[in-house]
Design a protein around this ligand. Structure first.
Ligand SMILES: C[N+](C)(C)CCCC[C@H](N)C(=O)O
Ligand SMILES: O=C(O)CCC(=O)C(=O)O
Ligand SMILES: [Fe+2]
Length: 418
């Protein structure tokens, strides 16, 4: 199949199937149930048929017809000399594999297929392993299960908060917490002691903390101690943080330790939900937001703090192979001068940006919460936008950023798909 056709196929399956899908979940982002439906299940039968074709091995097993390129098969040999099963690393030098290699001999037993290569080396492939790792068995499983939400969807899901004691002592509580975090992009823990230390202890159960120029744990008020509007009492419109990093921080944690005054509620908006709306309504605007590179910038010059950060990338970051949005950079405060695209595209980009903003600002998409001492909020900063209402009085907010890979690692170690 040509590469162009492959992308066509992938994109085809991303097209919103407006009639077929459940109304409250996304078309291009599949729901947990749909994913379950697609997941590879263990074969009912062990019978296997194979055929050596010109370029590949055709294998039919467990209800799947699969194709494996010979060079792929040689590269994926897990014999002791080709693969170190202690480190799970490849020993074989792929560059030494003859690109047109073909097996000289083939045999099967109940669970395996054995290929003998021209130099006499024998590879054993477990049939279930092949099925699980085949393109045909894997392709529909590539997306992260997630439920995109507006305020109603999230509220009626009644996602329970985790409880501090259980969270710290019981892996199952952590697993439930991370499960809902992965699905919704936000999750809460309640009953946490209102201190920076407890907040740090809590987050370290989930991940390594990502240290930035704001420090490791931060604890701030409206004292303008840093050159950023976050350190004032002003309202902040919905945004993602650290859009000025080449890799924006994956997760943000907030714990309001104190507030003696009014206002200061936190606003949360699922960016993936709005991106999906743009994709459904005006695909060409989605395309512009996904292709036009935009700079974000953080220039700070106060007392000891001298920082100049630049991050460049589209507002909607999509995987090129399936067009799935995996990260949004949306911060109108920190967006830098646009000088890398010609004026006619600039105008079209503003139109697209306006459509996304209109979606993000629809009141039905806004989830408002008042953070209180004891209630810790985790936000997927690649997906869910946050903002705040202006406030009066003393308000102290602590928190940190987390490294995304470590959060996902913890989720996987507990048996979640991440
Ligand atoms: C969270 N903390 C107060 C430490 C930093 C705030 C960073 C604010 C910046 N404008 C941004 O959106 O990234
Ligand atoms: O004060 C708040 O609630 C949040 C401010 C903010 O956007 C941030 O610190 O990233
Ligand atoms: Fe922020």
């Amino acid at each position: 199949m040509s590469l162009a056709r492959m992308f066509c196929r992938l994109n085809g399956y991303l097209q919103p199937k407006s009639k077929a899908r459940a109304p409250l979940v996304s078309g291009f982002i599949r729901t947990q149930n749909e994913v379950r439906h697609w997941q590879y299940t263990a074969p009912q039968t062990t019978s296997c048929h194979w055929q050596l074709q010109e370029e590949c091995l055709e294998l039919s097993y467990g209800g799947l017809v699969m194709h494996f390129a010979y060079v792929w098969l040689r590269d994926h040999c897990h014999s002791a000399s080709c693969f170190n099963s202690k480190t799970n690393q490849r020993n074989l030098d792929t560059a030494n594999v003859e690109l047109n290699i073909r097996p000289a001999n083939t045999r099967v037993d109940d669970e395996n297929i054995f290929l003998t290569w021209p130099d006499g080396h024998v590879t054993r492939y477990n049939l279930s392993w092949l099925a699980q790792n085949s393109y045909e068995g894997q392709k529909q499983n590539a997306m992260q299960p997630r439920i995109i939400w507006n305020s109603d969807i999230y509220t009626s899901a009644k996602v329970p908060s985790a409880n501090w004691d259980k969270f710290m002592s019981c892996d199952d509580e952590l697993k439930k917490f991370l499960g809902s975090f992965l699905l919704y992009g936000i999750a809460f823990v309640e009953g946490v002691p209102p201190t920076v230390e407890a907040t740090e202890t809590l987050t370290q159960r989930v991940s390594l903390i990502r240290e930035t120029m704001y420090g490791k744990m931060w604890n701030f008020t409206s004292d303008f101690s840093r050159g950023d509007t976050a350190y004032t009492k002003l309202a902040l419109d919905r945004h993602t943080d650290t859009s000025y990093f080449q890799e924006p921080c994956g997760i943000q944690v907030f714990h309001c330790l104190r507030h003696e005054g009014t206002g200061g509620r936190t606003l949360l908006v699922d960016g993936f939900y709005s991106a999906d709306k743009v994709l459904q309504k005006t695909p060409k605007n989605f395309e512009l937001l996904a292709r036009v590179p935009i700079k974000h910038e953080y220039i700070e010059n106060v007392s000891d703090h001298r920082n100049h950060m630049i991050g460049i990338g589209p507002v909607l970051n999509v995987y090129p192979w399936n067009n799935e949005v995996y990260m949004i950079r949306y911060n109108n405060y920190d967006r830098a001068v646009i000088n890398t695209i010609p004026h006619d595209i600039v105008k079209r980009w503003y139109v697209a940006h306006r459509e996304l903003t209109t979606e993000l600002r629809k009141p039905e998409n806004e989830l408002w919460v008042k953070l209180k001492p004891g209630k810790v909020l985790f936000i997927d900063n690649w997906r869910v936008m946050h903002g705040r209402e202006s406030f009066t009085g003393l308000r102290q907010l602590c928190g940190c950023y987390l490294t995304r890979d470590d959060v996902l690692n913890t989720a996987r170690s507990l048996g979640l798909q991440a």
